[in-house]
Design a protein around this ligand. Structure first.
Ligand SMILES: Cc1cc2nc3c(=O)[nH]c(=O)nc-3n(C[C@H](O)[C@H](O)[C@H](O)COP(=O)(O)O)c2cc1C
Length: 649
């Protein structure tokens, strides 16, 4: 068979271990961790699904090697806790049996101990250890490690590697990036020591060298050892790419793969986990530069999900291996799809940070586009239905399409009616916004899937109760979505006022100076987009904060983008009247003034299409209302409800 992505699909042998192709699963922290730090059954299922999806290796993360100085809540591997080896061995087995190399990330958070801890009070009592005395951004003091502690930590890496190998892991990764402990030592920003562990680069690399030598000693010469670094810290006072190259050169003799990530947690996650405002594959130049200076294979990571782009990276020799993180949360089957020339079917990661936002809140994982995330152990297969039913789905938004494809997969005969001329629902509005284009593509991907799965798609087909009666479905899924809420203020029907949905769906030009009424997530993203397109934007919000509906990881990044773009933000300000030349607003005291603008765009929320829902409630013996039609929410909810509706028929 001729592969569409021949370079990406080519096997690579590293230190006598064959990796079946170049796509590997990035370290992605588990959430089901027992009180003693072992992987729980859901964690095993989580990693196994990525192996079954075809990844060449799956990295279990992140194993805290020295709990005495790193009181995080991650996995811990120790002989002192009976039963632990078994749990890790089962995880390694579960990865191996699908043809992937099981790897495990050895880690120490250093002064970032407890970063993901939900229990903020407990976090304060951990004692955060780093290279030098200091204060973390959250105000917690950092205790400098003494040399005895450093020696214990080095020994602990070796001990964990020995145990990991015994459990059946076929590779280990040492994490020295992202401001974790070894990176803190490498970094002139964090490391201000004056002993042999600080000062010159040679000294700053010392602990990492000691760790790598100890790990090598523990695992033996013919065992792949991967080193994860930040190619550049992108941090004022930290190291840059030129020094990143020297770090890679200084350590390459001790490792088999240099894995080049980027950034530091010191100022948030936008570089370590590239946000939707960054280009895809933005770290590739770092890996490409490092690759020019080292002999060992180099891996790249960061916002990679497009098979063609990944193929180009390997084909052009920018990196030997492509590491995929969030995109494998969104679609664990990417490697299988790439191998099978089904690149078009990849369900792309939206980089919305739902995956990272959920853990500090509920200790679970969610993914906007993958309803099974974190509970893979319950089963991944969509069971074929016992009896084939005649299913009608009303509404071709993402909820309706997810329901339709799931029901079709189960073998039902599915008809999908959409009143407009195109599938995609509210996701069609994202087409114009470059940083949300992947959301638009999600709609397109599902539209294609509906077609491929034989769903009878009827566009321009509004349905009412009589139509449904006539059709007589066995099961009816009602997903007509939502419509924009029109704020009840004077002048809102003027020609210069429109909803954010109209702006995007109808491609109406907004003018040079725009007033946006509503500073929730949608209003903020609209203001940012129009500003980046060259308009002057005034963002009016009656509450005292912007985007409270954005998740806790996306929100700070969005707010920073708004500030950098120079959006004029008016908080505690209420829209009163749309007039010919803008919006009259009132401040907290009730004082009114005119905000000038050619156009007033309102983004004050969505209303469920409840009249349509009410007329269809009795349309079939089995009826389920899903998505925005039930309650305006988000993609995560729409996909989750669509999937389960399809499964329940
Ligand atoms: C949910 C989640 C958990 C992660 N856990 C870890 C981890 O435990 N260790 C680590 O080194 N990186 C971790 N990362 C970072 C990823 O390995 C990767 O570097 C980052 O997500 C950027 O790659 P991507 O754009 O392909 O997602 C995590 C990322 C996510 C989204």
């Amino acid at each position: 068979m001729k592969r569409d992505y021949p370079h990406l699909c080519e096997p690579i042998t590293i230190n006598r271990t064959v990796f079946r192709h170049r796509m590997v699963s990035a370290p992605l922290g588990a959430t089901d961790i027992t009180p003693v730090g072992s992987p729980g059954p859901r964690t095993q299922g989580f990693y196994e699904a990525r192996a079954k999806g075809g990844a060449a290796s799956v990295t279990v993360s992140e194993l805290v090697v020295h709990p005495a100085t790193d009181g995080s809540q991650m996995l811990k591997l120790s002989l002192e806790t009976p039963g632990q080896l078994a749990a890790f061995t089962y995880v390694a087995d579960a990865i191996k049996r699908h043809g992937a190399v099981p790897s495990i990330e050895l880690s120490h958070s250093g002064q970032y101990a407890g970063t993901y801890m939900v229990d903020k009070e407990k976090k304060k009592t951990l004692g955060q250890f780093g290279p030098s005395e200091g204060v973390r951004p959250d105000g917690l003091p950092v205790i400098p490690l003494d040399k005895d502690q450093i020696a214990q930590i080095v020994a602990a890496y070796a001990n964990a590697a020995t145990l990991a190998k015994r459990c059946g892991f076929g590779m280990v990764m040492v994490h020295a990036g992202h401001s974790w402990l070894l990176n803190q030592f490498l970094s002139p920003y964090f490391n201000r020591r004056t002993d042999e562990y600080g000062g010159s680069l040679e000294n700053r690399m010392r602990i990492t060298r000691e760790v790598l030598m100890a790990v090598r000693e523990a695992v033996g010469p013919y065992f792949p050892l991967e080193l994860r670094i930040s190619g550049s810290e992108f941090l004022e006072g930290g190291y840059d790419l030129a020094e990143g190259v020297r770090i890679a050169q200084g350590l390459e003799e001790l490792v088999d793969i240099i894995h080049v990530s980027a950034g530091s947690y010191q100022f948030g996650f936008t570089i370590t986990h590239p946000s939707m405002f960054k280009p895809h594959g933005l770290n590739v130049p770092l890996a490409a530069e490092i690759k020019k200076h080292v002999k060992v294979p180099v891996a790249t990571v960061g916002a990679l999900s497009d098979p063609a782009q990944m193929e180009g990276i390997v084909a052009q020799g920018e990196a030997d291996i492509v590491v995929i993180g969030r995109a494998l949360l969104a679609d664990p089957e990417i490697p299988n799809k790439v191998m099978a020339n089904r690149g078009e079917d990849v369900v792309k990661c939206l980089r919305c940070f739902v995956c990272m936002a959920e853990r500090p809140v509920t200790q679970t994982r969610r993914c906007a586009v993958n309803p099974l995330i974190g509970r893979e152990s319950e089963g991944l297969e969509v069971p074929v239905a016992g009896a084939k039913k005649n299913v009608l789905v009303v509404g071709g938004g993402i909820a309706g399409m997810k329901a339709a494809t799931t029901a079709a997969l189960r073998g039902h005969r599915v008809t999908l009616c959409e009143k407009s001329a195109e599938l995609g629902g509210i996701l069609k509005t994202e087409k114009a916004i470059p940083f949300k284009y992947d959301m638009y593509l999600l709609g397109q991907t599902y539209a294609r899937m509906c077609d491929q799965m034989g769903v009878d798609i009827r566009l321009n087909t509004p349905v009412d109760a009589a139509w449904v009666d006539d059709f007589a479905p066995d099961a009816l899924i009602v997903a007509p979505g939502s419509r924009p809420l029109k704020p009840p203020i004077a002048g809102i029907d003027r020609a210069n006022a429109l909803s954010v949905n109209e702006l995007y769906l109808e491609g109406i030009k907004s003018g040079n100076e725009v007033v946006i009424l509503g500073g929730g997530l949608t209003g903020c993203e609209c203001a940012l987009h129009l500003t980046l397109e060259g308009s002057t934007c005034h963002l009016v919000e009656m509450r005292s904060e912007l985007a409270p509906d954005a998740n806790i990881r996306h929100r700070p990044i969005l707010l920073a983008e708004l500030e950098a773009a120079g959006v004029d933000v008016l908080l505690n300000t209420t829209g009163k009247e749309v007039v010919a030349d803008g919006l009259i607003v009132a401040d907290e005291k009730g004082d009114e003034r005119l905000i000038l603008g050619d156009t007033v765009v309102y983004a004050v929320g969505q209303l469920s299409c409840s009249e349509e829902v009410d007329t269809l409630r009795d349309g079939a013996p089995w009826v389920r209302v899903i998505g925005d039609a039930l309650r305006p929410a988000n993609i995560t909810t729409a996909i989750y409800e669509g999937y389960h509706a399809g499964l329940d028929i």
